[in-house]
Design a protein around this ligand. Structure first.
Ligand SMILES: Nc1ncnc2c1ncn2[C@@H]1O[C@H](COP(=O)(O)OP(=O)(O)OP(=O)(O)O)[C@@H](O)[C@H]1O
Ligand SMILES: Nc1nc2c(ncn2[C@@H]2O[C@H](COP(=O)(O)O)[C@@H](O)[C@H]2O)c(=O)[nH]1
Length: 215
């Protein structure tokens, strides 16, 4: 390899996981990151929950019934799956594996249970970020102003928030989502630094060897 071959330094794809209590802003941040960065793609989960207005099947989620979801579990189609707020959610394995082989990064919007399962399978390919709300009051306000769930569902999600947040320290990074633009900048910084990690830059040793040999 000569030093003109810097472009040949390919990268292993990484798996970027976002978790948070419901309403802290994962989906909002994910959408903005995906709009800004064409090297990362969303892992589209399957779920048995009802579609919210504005959500598109196959884009936001694969909306399936419980029998279909169980069939996917039985056929081993999920990388991870969990029951969250009375519904099932799971990450289809095939698209993730295809992206990583291609050197593309994958973004996951999943809960702490799914993150623990991915940690066991993915090891060093995984980068985990926990999103915290600035306050409990802000979290509730965000769930209410999102205007997608009944007050009963909002209360159920608020009741589970402390549980979800008890897992914050299991994550590599924490972002307090006060202001979306700042949080997005912080998330992009994490992604940039993780992409530059030595072990992710395949071919770097050969590149440096060539540089040192004056080629
Ligand atoms: N920094 C912010 N400041 C004010 N509002 C915000 C901020 N981030 C997100 N929101 C708003 O809060 C609401 C909830 O955000 P979002 O749907 O992204 O949360 P989530 O973490 O994905 O929730 P869930 O886990 O239920 O999917 C949305 O209406 C969104 O526009
Ligand atoms: N373990 C998994 N959790 C998931 C997955 N997809 C989404 N989620 C989490 O569920 C809750 C609720 O999401 P909502 O869209 O109904 O508001 C949230 O914490 C998501 O992160 C998944 O595939 N696996």
């Amino acid at each position: 390899m000569s030093n003109e071959d810097a472009a040949a330094i390919t990268r292993r794809g990484l798996m970027l996981v976002l978790s948070s209590p419901s309403g802290a802003g994962k989906t909002t941040l994910s959408r903005q990151l995906l709009d800004n960065d064409k090297q990362i793609q969303l892992s589209v989960s399957a779920t048995t929950r009802a579609r919210r207005s504005g959500e598109k099947d196959g884009v936001d989620y694969h909306f399936v019934d419980t029998a279909t979801f169980r069939g996917m579990i039985e056929r081993g189609e999920f990388l991870e799956h969990a029951r969250v707020f009375d519904h099932f959610y799971g990450t289809p394995a095939a698209p993730v594996e295809a992206a990583l082989i291609d050197g593309r990064d994958v973004l996951f919007d999943i809960d702490w249970q799914g993150t623990q399962q991915l940690k066991e399978k993915a090891g060093s390919d995984l980068v985990t970020v926990f999103i915290l709300p600035p306050s409990t009051r802000d979290l509730e306000r965000r769930l209410i102003t999102r205007a997608q769930d009944s007050m009963e569902v909002v209360q159920k999600r608020m009741a589970k928030a402390a549980d979800e947040m008890s897992h914050w320290a299991e994550y590599d990074y924490q972002i307090i989502n006060r202001d979306i633009a700042t949080s997005l900048m912080e998330l992009k910084s994490i992604l940039t630094a993780e992409r530059l990690k030595r072990e992710r830059q395949v071919g770097l040793s050969a590149f440096v060897k060539a540089l040192r040999e004056g080629r």
